[in-house]
Design a protein around this ligand. Sequence first.
Ligand SMILES: *Cc1c(COP(=O)(O)O)cnc(C)c1O
Length: 360
Amino acid sequence: MKVKPSMVDLVPYQPGKPIEEVKRELGLDEVIKLASNENPYGCSPDVEKAILDSFKNVAVYPDGYARVLREKTAAMLQVEEDQLIFGNGSDEVILILCRSVLTPEDNIVTAAPTFPQYRHNAVIEGTEVKEVPLKNGVHDLEAMLSAIDENTKMVFVCNPNNPTGTYVNDEEFKRFIRNVPEDVIVVSDEAYIEYVTASDYPDTLPLLQDYPNLVILRTFSKAYGLASLRVGYGVAHSDLIKAVDPGREPFNTNSMAQAAAAAALDDQQFIRDCQEKNAREMKKYETFCKENDFKYFPSQANFILMDLEKPGGEIFEYLLHKGFITRNGEALGYSSSVRITLGKPAQNDKIIAELTDWLA
Ligand SMILES: *Cc1c(COP(=O)(O)O)cnc(C)c1O
């Protein structure tokens, strides 16, 4: 059996360690996973009923066009319904974009380190990936512009960036997209937008009017708390959506996921509460870093990457033995750092106390 050459050196996505595995290995009663930026407060209480209601149709294929969810999402964003494409997570929208647009003659431009799925899907298409190092943890948009050449088909801006939590502001993003050739697709991955509190974070939706090459990615997996159901979407000019939609599987988002996402959208108070709690908890980690002189990237997301001046693997193991699964910075390009998804207040307090104890 032979896979295509571009697949040969690829490994599957490495998810955070599963909770049950850690419990068993370490004999712990309680293990908290703060490794994948899920919402520690779960999801809106309205979601459960929506899922149970949708269960009566479990034997029937889902609505491949996701009409109800599409209407609600379009109304909320004030875009046309044909400007949306739904995916089995925004991961799948990235996949659809890559399979629809990229060939082995092309390249894409991304930051590094950033969310690994841009590279992964481009590599499968045999496409070259031009990686531009972050500058102080932030996308170096000037250098990314310079990296664009006549074979560039797509450029990815992860905003806020995973794994650093940093963002590019409105002015920087506008200057960037103004200078990107119009036949190059600009993807603004806004997976963490619900957590953003910075007033100069770019408002990209109005830019869709002027930039038919802009794709905005959003997801229900993070603040909306529906990671297990897999729903995300892209917003773009209707011509772009129409062009890539044949690259989507017919029933790619399931009925329960669609129902849950629609109910979750209706509960914006839940989102506001989570944003507020997240901002409050973020301050605790920032204070911890400042008091101990540790470097960290100021984060607009629901995670923080902190340089604790010890091998990332050691920090990871220490916290693991205390019952917290985090992300080893070594795997993210920051060898003496750890990335922690913000948990509930008591969980964050415990982590900070444990780290203070250990590092003192
Ligand atoms: C988590 C994440 C996604 C993927 O989200 P899904 O919708 O669950 O596929 C996309 N982009 C970034 C930057 C993320 O961190």
